[in-house]
Design a protein around this ligand. Sequence first.
Ligand code: FMN
Length: 153
Amino acid sequence: MKTLVIFYSRTGNTRKVADEIAKVFGCDTEELADTKKRAGILHYLSSGRDAQKEMLTTLVEPKNDPSKYDLVVIGTPVWASKMSVPVRAYLHLKKDSFKKVAFFYTAGSQNDKIFPDMSKVCGKTPVATLGLSAAEIRKGDSAQKIKEFLEKL
Ligand SMILES: Cc1cc2nc3c(=O)[nH]c(=O)nc-3n(C[C@H](O)[C@H](O)[C@H](O)COP(=O)(O)O)c2cc1C
């Protein structure tokens, strides 16, 4: 199965999980790049506000065409209890290109609204989902959950 892992990461947690998934699959991976600045405390606050309002953003055009893949695994950090703005923009942009999707998030704490929202935006039910806390990732406690997620794909 041809798989693409696509994700946004502001501070590296989501990237770490994406890299682990891509390593197991030996598949293509791509990090979304936002044209809007997100680093630093001021942009932290504006990013939270943007996410809360479900705003979109202009992405640097992604290189990989998701329609060429059987499965696209999409990862986002949680911002203000929502998916991150770049991932929302990506789902809006590419929603007609996906065959199968799987979702994962990283967050300070558990969130049960992200996956239904991601599903609604792209019009697809995920074949698998994975939510990880930043603490689990930092402590290296995420391997078992990632394994269980991968087994469902
Ligand atoms: C703007 C902003 C808002 C956030 N809001 C939440 C939140 O509502 N709930 C939560 O659990 N974590 C929240 N977080 C924490 C991130 O989801 C968490 O640290 C995540 O792992 C960051 O992923 P990254 O390192 O890939 O950017 C927020 C982080 C940012 C930058």
